[in-house]
Design a protein around this ligand. Sequence first.
Ligand code: FES
Length: 233
Amino acid sequence: MEVTLRLLRYNPEVDDEPHYQDFVLEAEPNDRVLDLLHHVKWHDDPTVTYRSSCEHGICGSDAMRINGVNMLACKALVRQLGNEITVEPLLGMPVIKDMIVDMEPFWDHYRSVMPFLVNEEIPQEGERLQSQSARARYDDTTKCILCAACTTSCPSYWADDEYVGPAAIVQAHRFIFDDRDTAAAERLAIMNEQFGVWRCRTIFNCTTACPKEIKVTKAIAEVKKAINTGRLD
Ligand code: FES
């Protein structure tokens, strides 16, 4: 099938404003948008710029807006999108070039929630064991690949990028509800700050955007409930 791939191009060294550029190419229905980007870069215009690494939905490096929805280019199939496909960089982040955005503000929010296990106690012997049910408590939020699709689909984040954003709250959730961790109160205090969890207006864009199907809005609600009740059940 013939596909028109419309790319929002921006090179700060030569462009005053972003502009769209169309490429017409032959594609198979099961081709991914990433395959189309590779084809354009390798055969038509080597200056087309985007990130990718694993190409199998694991590393999270190729999140972008595809036909207006945040997706991973390596998981978005032509047959799901039709023969007119528009690709734009993630919203709400500074664009460096074409589909590449500056992720540093995203990493600042990520780092702010202490995304690591805190426990000063040395286990008596062997590993720090955990029951299956305790592990299951935060299983969903372990699936995050930090692609930023959720945070950059959130109108609250677009309105104010000081908001810590859904991805950072998902990371906080992953440790708050881990019964081996001893810093839940500290993380909940961070979540309770001005630009923490209460900026979420339960819009659900994050849940729709997540390529790993994490129930992001539910995780945010659980963090809100833990702040209000002081309980982690
Ligand atoms: S390239 Fe790694 S998730 Fe798409």
